[in-house]
Structure formats: C-alpha cells, structure tokens
Unconditional design. Structure first.
Length: 97
C-alpha cells in the first residue's frame, strides 16, 4: 500500500496483514513519514508491516514507534558489509512500553 485509498481498501476488504511501502514505485523515492502517516489508518487488529527505506535499527525503531509490528528489510541487507550483524541489531528492536 502506498496511499490512503489503498490502505482503506485493504482494511475494508478485511485484510489482517497490510504492508505499507515507503517506496513510491513510480519514481523509487522513499519517505518514512508517509509510512508513519498511513500506519494511523490501520485498526489495532490489523498487523502493519513497514516496507522499504529501513536502513538500520533507528529506522526500524521509528516504524515500531509508529505502530508497525514488523518491518521488511531488503536493500540494507544486500548492501551491508556485515548482514548478520545488521540482522542481529534489527532483531533487537522492540516496542517501547
């Protein structure tokens, strides 16, 4: 999902898991603030997954703080000189209480 209408349509159709893509596939720009905004449209019972633009633990924490329950990381792992270390650091991100 990349805009309000797509998120609303997914929720209206009864989706239980919704991926919100920070990457605009028309020009490949990325915007985590878009993900933060769209996360507010997801009801609590829907699992939100933040997709794209997750470069490290700080970005992952930002998405968890925005209400996402999972992140999809691809490019950062491919580009990382130490992908296993990045995975460990990402896995350590937890919701703040």
């Amino acid at each position: 999902m990349h805009d309000d209408a797509e998120v609303d349509r997914a929720v209206a159709c009864g989706a239980r898991i919704v991926g919100v893509n920070a990457r605009d596939l028309s020009d490949f720009s990325e915007d985590l603030t878009l993900s933060e905004r769209l996360s507010r449209r997801l009801p609590p019972e829907v699992i939100g997954i933040a997709e794209s633009a997750i470069r490290g633990p700080d970005d992952a924490q930002r998405m968890v703080d925005a209400g996402f329950r999972a992140v999809l990381v691809g490019e950062a792992l491919v580009r990382s000189p130490r992908p296993a270390d990045l995975v460990r650091r990402l896995a350590a991100v937890r919701a703040r209480r």
